[in-house]
Write a protein that binds this ligand. Structure first.
Ligand SMILES: *Cc1c(COP(=O)(O)O)cnc(C)c1O
Length: 405
């Protein structure tokens, strides 16, 4: 491997104002800035308390089922004839994805702050289910905004949210997907930021959310690094994860940032082709620095400078922005961002299902698709660790219909 030999050392990020280099910050009106600062202060307090750390660790173990295992996909690797592919099984978590990790943290924080309602948006419904689950557990009211298009596509998750007792708000404005759901949920939050808390579903939004969500998710990479070292006596050559807002990727990458020998690769949704505006969501590959939802970050914009229409076969990835830390890591060259299109992703979804008996979420299948693309080009002793961010039960009907199964 031609990896750089210099150890990389990153200063702790973000800075006091919530900046990751030029990205992040708090692009919000003054009264909201106060609410965000209050959250940052409460977060700093709660993380220093041993009782909070103990409660979260106990819930990770007994409720989520952590640590999630790493599975060596031997048959898939053998078939591809190159590097070994290993999967960090976040799909085995309670509720079936990585999102429960930060939702538990956010729900506990909301309780600590005495908030009366937790508000959020959801795309694929995964954040909604995870948050409704965490709120049921902690005992706090929860309101989820979801695009009408996604409601129709993700019916099982919609049903689960209703069963879990949250209030579901359908959003019909615009393209009626994730971006509009964010706008709608934010409007409701603005009516009373003192009593409500907005539980952002990824490493996006104003400070302190990109930091908080990353910290809660960083358990994934800490476990994975230790597990991989214990099993193989060395670190993987590549660590990869899909990137929507970027929470599962940041959760995985954080533990490896200072390991110069480990190449980090984020995989964005190439949709129907990155040369087709509006038909992909490859924010960092095709976008440019801008501002969205209270932060500076890479943004996909249309001709008028508004956030562009986006598409991905995976609802959880169709977002025209991306986390500020990812934006900075791209500029620093520490993380490389690649794309996988809908077609390759569907192929990876089917291959992993049929060769390993693991049905991945379509989001996660983007990272699997990238690993499958490069594995044959790498030596047989190379290792690729893929964050399998979630399971594909929610996508099974959609894929079967699409492929005529
Ligand atoms: C929501 C979701 C994603 C995308 O969100 P990130 O914040 O980019 O991780 C990826 N995988 C699964 C399974 C999801 O539910």
């Amino acid at each position: 491997m031609n990896a750089p030999s210099q150890p990389v050392q990153f200063a702790p990020m973000p800075d006091e104002q919530g900046f990751f280099g030029p990205y992040g910050g708090q692009l919000v009106p003054p009264h909201l800035k106060q609410a965000m600062d209050d959250i940052a202060v409460a977060y700093a307090q709660i993380t220093q308390r041993q009782d909070f750390q103990d409660e979260l660790a106990q819930l990770f173990a007994d409720y989520v089922g952590r640590p999630s295992p790493i599975f060596h996909a031997k048959r898939l690797s053998g078939l591809l004839g190159g590097a070994h592919i290993h999967l960090k099984r976040e799909d085995l978590n309670h509720t079936g994805a990585h999102k429960i990790n930060h939702c538990l943290g956010e729900a506990l924080l909301a309780k600590f702050m005495g908030k009366k309602k937790v508000i959020a948006e959801t795309g694929a419904g995964q954040h909604g289910v995870a948050l409704a689950t965490a709120c049921a557990l902690v005992g706090i009211p929860c309101e989820i905004h979801m695009g009408q298009v996604d409601i129709e596509k993700e019916h099982p998750n919609v049903t689960k949210m209703r069963i879990l007792g949250c209030k579901l708000v359908p959003v019909t404005r615009g393209a009626a997907t994730l971006k509009e759901a964010v706008d709608s949920a934010f409007d409701e939050y603005l009516t009373n930021p003192t009593d409500y808390i907005y539980a952002i579903g990824s490493v996006v939004g104003p400070h302190p959310f990109p930091m908080m969500v990353r910290d809660f998710q960083s358990i994934v990479g800490r476990e994975a690094r230790e597990q991989f070292l214990a099993k193989h006596g060395k670190l993987p050559d590549y660590v990869t994860a899909c990137v929507g807002g970027g929470s599962n990727a940041m959760g995985m990458f954080t533990a490896f940032l200072n390991d110069a020998s480990v190449q980090l690769v984020g995989v964005e949704p190439g949709g129907e082709g990155i040369d087709q505006p509006g038909r992909h969501a490859a924010t960092m590959t095709m976008g440019k620095p801008g501002a969205l939802h209270g932060m500076k970050c890479y943004v996909l914009e249309d001709a008028d400078g508004a956030p562009a229409a986006v598409h991905s076969i995976a609802s959880g990835l169709d977002y025209p922005g991306v986390g500020p830390q990812h934006s900075y890591l791209k500029d620093l060259g520490r993380v490389r961002y690649e794309t996988a299109n809908d077609q390759e992703t569907l192929h990876a979804f089917m291959q992993l299902s049929r060769v390993e008996g693991i049905i991945p979420a379509l989001e996660s299948a983007h990272a699997v698709a990238w690993a499958m693309r490069v594995a044959p080009t790498l030596p047989k002793d190379a290792n690729i660790l893929v964050n399998l961010s979630g399971r594909g039960d929610k996508d099974a009907d959609y894929v079967a219909h699409k492929l005529g199964l």
